[in-house]
Design a protein. Structure first.
Length: 263
């Protein structure tokens, strides 16, 4: 039995949709007795926004860049949270910068902060959140933080990388900071997609064979580090292409390799 772990945005999902070819390939993969895992920076709510539209089931979920892991019935196998005092300090810094957008998840709801999000069709941010709060409501010391996401309004990957470096330097002992193009996902220390997959492989009573992983961005590199069957796209950033052993155009091409068939 083989296991395929796929990133969502920019990999399996483009413009909030999954292609028919990829859906067919995933179903074929599962029909052959293999496992399909979604491994994403998205929250559970964000995952549901996509997969509720399709008649395909995932065997496991690695969400919020590894800070939450679920089985196919969406039971929680593992979860971790960012320390509240660290999260609040960081969020306060973000709110002092009008050029940044942010949202965060407490494990149940995804929050937007008034004045710090943009409603553009390509982001679907308004639909993505379940609650919109004021700046004053942010200061809740009892709230938990599964993941925090921030990005510059100018959509600059270079600006996002500078912010990532600053956050890593200041909060690196408490956090993991991943860049996905111009988005930054901030997770608890020790969490990553690769570690989330390890939680499944090492702790679930299933006889997994070869692991395959496909993704398009820097937050996917931790998956590539635990398998030789790493896949990215011809159009991915150079650093990502350099760390993946296989380059394709679509997810279904990766599945074709796994099943040794052509679509």
């Amino acid at each position: 039995m083989k296991i395929l772990a796929s990133d969502l945005d920019g990999t399996l999902v483009n413009n909030q949709l999954i292609s028919d070819e990829d859906i067919i390939a995933i179903k074929r993969l599962k029909e052959k007795g293999h496992k399909f895992v979604v491994s994403t920076g998205r929250t559970y709510h964000g995952f549901r926004l996509i997969f509720d539209k399709y008649d395909v089931e995932c065997d496991y979920l690695v969400l919020c860049n590894g800070s939450i892991v679920m089985d196919g019935d969406h039971n929680i196998l593992y979860r971790n949270f960012i320390k509240s005092e660290v999260a609040l300090e960081m969020i306060t810094e973000f709110l002092d910068n009008d050029d940044l957008c942010l949202y965060f998840d407490d494990g149940q709801d995804t929050y937007l902060v008034e004045g710090h999000y943009i409603e553009e069709k390509e982001f679907n941010i308004g639909e993505y959140a379940s609650k919109i709060i004021t700046r004053e409501e942010v200061d809740d010391t009892d709230r938990k933080y599964q993941i925090i996401s921030v990005f510059p309004k100018n959509k600059s990957a270079e600006d996002a990388e500078r912010i990532r470096e600053k956050l890593q330097k200041k909060y690196g002992e408490h956090l993991e900071v991943f860049r996905n193009q111009f988005f930054l996902d901030i997770a608890p220390k020790g969490c990553s997609k690769g570690m989330g997959l390890r939680q499944i492989i090492d702790n679930v009573d299933e006889d997994f064979g070869d692991l395959y992983a496909i993704g398009d961005s820097l937050n996917d590199l931790s998956m590539f580090e635990i398998t030789d069957n790493s896949y990215t796209f011809h159009h991915a950033e150079e650093i990502v292409r350099g760390r993946a052993n296989n380059h394709v155009n679509h997810v279904h091409e990766c599945i074709s390799d796994i099943l040794n068939i052509n679509y």
